[in-house]
Design a protein around this ligand. Sequence first.
Ligand SMILES: [Zn+2]
Ligand SMILES: [Zn+2]
Length: 216
Amino acid sequence: MIRPEDSAWAIPVAQVSSRPGQRQEVDAAYPAPDGIGDQIVGVQEGSDIRVDGAFDSIVDGLVFQAHVIAPLHAECTRCLVPINRDWGLDATAFFPYAPQPTGAMHYNARAAEDRAARDEVEIIAGEDEAEDTYPLSADGVYADIQALLRDTLVENLPLQLLCKPNCRGLCPQCGVNLNEHPDHRHDVTDIRFASLAGLKAQLEQNQSTQDPSNKA
Ligand SMILES: [Zn+2]
Ligand SMILES: [Zn+2]
């Protein structure tokens, strides 16, 4: 079995654990867990996620609040250019002190189908349903934020990203990036005139060969 302290995401919280009113600040980088998005939109596993926040000890657990900054890779939904930018968001979670007798087996469950079980744990802990609940290590010495980081980032992945607010997108006819070629256009009128001109020339030619008056 992997020891809690061996996790790259384990934060020692013994200083504040079970001491209501105490606060422990966190300001460090943690590796991005796997499973955050995909090749199109996501955070590369192992890249640095900056976590700046604190654990606040209350009567029945630790409240964790932090500002998280992750390196997001994505694609502009209009012009498809790659986007790489720092993505900042707030994370909030609750680490209850007392393991719930009925919910203990669910503490390590992170799959979606166990979501209901976790909601149940949250209700037992008397917390707001919207707040995610995670386990402390068995002895209450460590709070592991791996699942918290993964869940928070996955739930908030931006789906409609633009390279810039006024991205002009791609030419619907030929796919040219209109940000790089702002004057690009297809002169539709000219093409029509060109074919009309060709038709006219052809008609004139036919006329000149068929009209006897022209032979005179
Ligand atoms: Zn764009
Ligand atoms: Zn075009």
